[in-house]
Design a binder for this molecule. Structure first.
Ligand code: NAX
Length: 327
């Protein structure tokens, strides 16, 4: 058996974590031969609920669960940690403007970025799930100047998975037949689900569907899927969000399948003309615990306009919290 690794989960008493923690402890994220120590962070009023979650984790008798830490102190939660899943965030309250929401989260993610910088493993892999995920990841990254910015990512894998399923269902195929799905940009309703390079059973997806379905059904359904879940379930996506976080980290740590890629919000190096330094969702392949943006995809005018629109939203989000970003 390997030596245990440390995995920090924030918002650990929340609904996503109620699925996520159990799957991490079961070995779904890092493999069935990788013991984990869970370091769980919550705000003080939620510590009692967190204790209940820890009791349930105990009661699962997971062979891979090598230890647990429950805390309301970010400096403790990120100590020596190898993987961090930043799930806890401030939800939008009544009457709260978008700018207020960005600022409230900037406060949380700057504290956590600083704690990561001071205490985490230098090889840490960070995934931000809490919304606005891309900009929260940017804030954490900018507050951790001693950590390579490539180690901060944001989750668009749920959107990617949703898009794969919509296309599989439309074409009468299974999820296993759909490869090279792609979400560009922000995890928000401006995201651009692009199927111009997607294959279904080895055939170009665009040849199997018509443009009208693509534009007026597929794209809005994927963009609005989170709202549709809330309407149906009376609560936001939780198990599917946890599953996407597991897939994102698993693929980053253990590698993506051959002849496919995944969508990840990563530090822009200027690829495809995207503003350098934004956390923008790109097609990525992962190998040896590292990711790389897939280069050279043809971008038509339709795609270019949508990629720019979601980039503009991310620039606006960044500018709204500029005062809180260290230079
Ligand atoms: P919950 O409200 O159930 O849980 C959030 C938990 O975070 C709460 O227990 C709260 O006490 C805790 N928390 C708040 N501030 C904290 C802090 N400073 N440090 C530690 N913990 C803190 O929300 P849940 O449904 O679990 O969703 C969590 C986040 O994921 C939300 O921001 C949500 O918008 C976001 N999502 C992101 C998705 C994505 O694809 N990127 C999809 C699912 C989800 O909507």
């Amino acid at each position: 058996m390997k030596a245990p690794v440390r995995v920090t989960v924030t918002g650990a008493a929340g609904q996503i974590s109620y699925s996520l923690l159990f799957r991490i402890a079961a070995g779904d994220m890092l493999g069935k031969d990788q013991p984990v120590i869970l370091q769980m962070l919550e705000i003080t009023p939620a510590l009692e609920a967190l204790k209940g979650v820890a009791m349930e984790l105990d009661d699962c008798a997971f062979p891979l669960l090598a230890g647990m830490v429950c805390t309301d102190d970010a400096n403790v939660a990120f100590k020596d940690t190898d993987y961090a899943l930043l799930v806890g965030a401030r939800p939008r309250g009544p009457g709260m403007e978008r700018k207020d929401l960005l600022e409230a989260n900037a406060a949380i993610f700057s504290v956590q970025g600083k704690a990561i910088n001071a205490h985490a493993s230098r090889d840490i892999k960070v995934l931000v799930v809490g919304n606005p995920a891309n900009t929260n990841a940017l804030i954490a990254q900018r507050n951790a100047p001693d950590i390579n910015p490539r180690q901060f990512t944001a989750m668009t894998r749920l959107d990617h998975n949703r898009a794969q399923t919509q296309l599989a269902q439309k074409t009468g195929k299974t999820i296993n037949d759909v490869t090279k799905m792609l979400i560009w940009g922000n995890h928000s309703s401006t995201q651009y689900p692009d199927i111009h390079n997607t294959l279904v059973d080895g055939k170009p997806a665009m040849g199997l569907i018509d443009q009208a379905w693509y534009e007026s059904e597929f794209i809005p359904v994927v963009q609005q899927r989170g709202a549709a879940i809330i309407k149906a379930r009376g609560a936001s996506s939780a198990a599917s969000a946890a599953n996407a976080a597991i897939f994102h980290m698993r693929d980053w740590a253990l590698g993506t399948p051959a002849n496919d890629w995944v969508s990840m919000g990563v530090y822009s190096d200027g690829s495809y003309g995207v503003d350098k330094g934004l956390i923008y969702s790109f097609p990525c392949v992962c190998k040896n615990g590292d990711w790389e943006i897939v280069q050279g995809l043809a971008i038509n005018d339709f795609s270019q306009a949508r990629m720019k629109a979601t980039e503009k939203e991310l620039q606006e989000e960044r500018d709204a919290v500029k005062a809180l970003l260290p230079s």
